[in-house]
Design a protein around this ligand. Structure first.
Ligand SMILES: NC(=O)c1ccc[n+]([C@@H]2O[C@H](COP(=O)([O-])OP(=O)(O)OC[C@H]3O[C@@H](n4cnc5c(N)ncnc54)[C@H](O)[C@@H]3O)[C@@H](O)[C@H]2O)c1
Length: 264
């Protein structure tokens, strides 16, 4: 199936993570399809990624940006718009499960909201004039934490809850412009950040085993490629009548009958 993403300008935020992260995997699938990625991230790795893509003969741009700084987001979108004159898709993937819990300060909580939710608002806000022209679409990366809670992570949970609300709000708000807005919800996916988190736990290996056996479909974690391919389909015109949807790529983790849980 041709997704017809060739030459589409896709703003992807949070795509300069380590190889094997969700953003980096989506980035490489976009390149496979011939899309032009405009990466927004604070990590310098983005320069290498953009250079590598350009060597393949595909245009790419990296805008080094701390997304907790509103003026940096505005600059990034301006730079992208000046270079390409268009934006077809905004794919918001930035997110850090930062453990800002009830014991955190007001400032820490607000900082978590800025990173994990307010950045989504600002990117869409500044890209909107271009999305209106291109009849583009928005895809937000959500988390099961918005729906199930996790414990000790109020900032991230509130943000990801807000991201789902914004996904639906924008779907309604932007109907008159033919702009679609959807979210992909992830539960457990093995990424370098996940690996780092497991390593911080006293019984990391045991914890990992107990998580994996609770994932109904095949008792395994979701592969980043499975997430990336669903993202690509959703942003493509092959999904042209899908809007306001929360699409779960989670092996049944959030919704399926608990009777499926593997016994000890
Ligand atoms: N891995 C999972 O199991 C899982 C589960 C649910 C949701 N998610 C969501 O998927 C997305 C990607 O997750 P991942 O595991 O690949 O994470 P990751 O840590 O690899 O990616 C986060 C990216 O955000 C960037 N970033 C962090 N702070 C920034 C800032 N202030 N300014 C600009 N960029 C910043 C990082 O450089 C990195 O590229 C996130 O939204 C995450 O919440 C992941």
């Amino acid at each position: 199936m041709d997704l017809k993403l060739k030459d589409k300008v896709v703003v992807i935020c949070g795509a300069a993570g380590k190889e094997g992260s969700i953003g980096e995997t989506i980035l490489s699938r976009l390149v496979d399809e011939g899309a032009i990625p405009a990466i927004i991230d604070r990590n310098d790795r983005g320069y290498q990624y953009a250079e590598k893509i350009q060597k393949k003969g595909i245009d790419a741009l990296f805008c080094k940006t701390d997304v907790t700084k509103p003026e940096e987001i505005e600059n990034a979108i301006r730079t992208i718009a000046e270079k390409y004159g268009r934006i077809d898709v905004v794919l918001n993937n930035v997110g850090v499960n930062d453990g800002v819990g009830l014991d955190a300060s007001y400032e820490e909580f607000m900082q978590s909201l800025k990173l994990n939710m307010v950045s989504y608002f600002l990117i869409v806000k500044h890209a909107l004039p271009f999305l209106k022209k291109s009849k583009g679409n928005i895809l937000n990366i959500g988390s099961k934490v918005a729906l199930t809670g996790q414990g000790r992570t109020s900032g991230y949970a509130a943000s990801k809850g807000g991201v789902l609300a914004l996904t639906r709000e924008w779907a309604v708000d932007l109907v008159p412009f033919g702009i679609r807005s959807n979210a992909i919800i992830i539960a457990e996916s093995w990424t370098p950040s996940y690996d780092s988190w497991i390593k911080t736990l006293p019984n990391g290996e045991a914890k990992l085993k107990s998580i994996v056996k609770k994932i109904p479909l095949e008792n395994r974690m979701t592969e980043t490629l499975e997430i990336a391919d669903t993202c690509l389909f959703t942003i493509s015109e092959r999904s042209s009548h899908t809007t306001g949807q929360f699409i779960f790529v989670d092996g049944g983790y959030v919704h399926l009958d608990r009777a499926l849980l593997t016994e000890q």
